[in-house]
Ligand binder design. Structure first.
Ligand code: UGA
Length: 321
């Protein structure tokens, strides 16, 4: 199959692209190499994709000729976007709406004209739920984002559903619940925590640390994307992709301390606007329809991320976070 992966230089996009190449698929990776975090990390993610079946396109989805890009593709995995729940307030909002809403609409317009496209998989987010009605949250529960970021992810997801119902674009939206694992984005909690643990630096917690997340391992996220592409689904489907272990940030720190074998220097500060108290997703629907369920226990995934951090930050001792 020929797959387009947008955001191919990012954490999820690059891991997914590598897996697709390993499975023998042809991959066209698109990335704008924005500077939300240091682009050198993205360049090194792209270097891991070196393969005769990989083509890299550098550019912004709001500028590139997308019809030409999508021509002949079987699958689009739309992973590109402006991430970060806590930074999406204020003047930056325009960046979020352009990268997350406008770019998705352009990609859907181009997909609408394709005669070869079999699946359009959109990387949505648990942040569409905000403080959810109940836990575990069902896909049919009312989305009520608490951050501008969540609003843009929900708007783009609604566009997917709209293009599915009006034009039959074969979209599937995957609501990722806090993805972690080796090469996770440097602004996210686990990378900050494991890096600080390895370098024996302080760990700064936003609020009490009692906020709960349904953390999901990157390998499981990748397999959910592949299942969404391969299995038959009705256009416009929406699935939670959640790891199945709702744990507090303090609980994660306890696990990390045990894995690392040294006390952590944890400091508590102010809660940050946009941060929800809890996420926890029901995965009954994705199991029933795609046969997917998370395979990686949090302890194992965290151990893998800690091993990666020792390798990355321990020896070189550099500061790319
Ligand atoms: C993450 C991603 O950043 C979003 O892009 C994604 O859409 C979202 O998951 C989601 O699943 O919807 P978040 O849950 O905030 O957002 O992920 P982390 O950065 O891993 O934070 C987890 C928790 O740790 C948050 O409550 C955060 O406040 C806390 N945290 C994070 C700290 O206490 N200290 C830090 O240095 C970083």
């Amino acid at each position: 199959m020929k797959a387009i992966v947008t955001g191919a230089a990012g954490f999820v996009g690059s891991t997914l692209a590598r897996r697709l190449l390993n499975l023998g698929h042809e991959v066209v990776g698109v990335d704008a190499l924005t500077d939300y975090y240091t682009p050198s990390l993205k360049v090194s993610n792209l270097a891991r994709l070196k393969d005769a079946k990989f083509t890299s396109i550098s550019g912004d989805l709001n500028d590139l000729p997308l019809k030409h890009l999508i021509d002949g593709a079987d699958w689009v995995f739309h992973q590109a976007g402006q991430p970060g729940v806590r930074k999406s307030w204020g003047e930056d909002f325009g960046v979020y709406s352009k990268a997350n809403i406008d770019a998705t609409q352009r990609l859907l317009e181009a997909s609408r004209q394709s005669s070869t496209l079999k699946k359009f998989v959109y990387a949505s987010s648990s942040s569409v739920y905000g403080d959810a009605e109940r836990y575990p949250t069902l896909e049919t529960d009312r989305p009520q984002p608490r951050s501008p970021y969540g609003v843009t992810k929900l708007a783009a997801e609604n566009l997917c559903t709209l293009y599915a119902s009006n034009f039959g674009v074969p979209t599937v939206s995957l609501r990722y619940f806090t993805v972690y694992g080796p090469r996770q984005r440097p602004d996210m909690a686990f990378t900050r925590f494991v890096r600080a643990a390895v370098l024996e630096e302080p760990i700064n917690i936003f609020g009490s640390g009692e906020q709960v997340r349904d953390f999901t391992f990157i390998g499981d996220i990748v397999e959910a994307n592949i299942a969404a592409a391969i299995e038959e689904t009705e256009p416009g489907e929406i699935f939670n992709v959640a790891g199945g272990t709702s744990i507090s940030v303090n609980g994660v720190l306890t696990l990390l301390e045990a894995l690392n074998g040294r006390p952590l220097d944890v400091r508590y500060g102010e809660k940050v606007a946009g941060d929800v108290l809890q996420t926890g997703g029901s995965t009954s629907r994705i199991f029933e329809m795609l046969g997917w369920r998370a395979q990686t226990a949090l302890e194992d995934g965290l151990a893998m991320q800690l091993a990666w951090a020792r390798d990355t930050f321990g020896r070189r001792g550099d500061s790319n976070a």
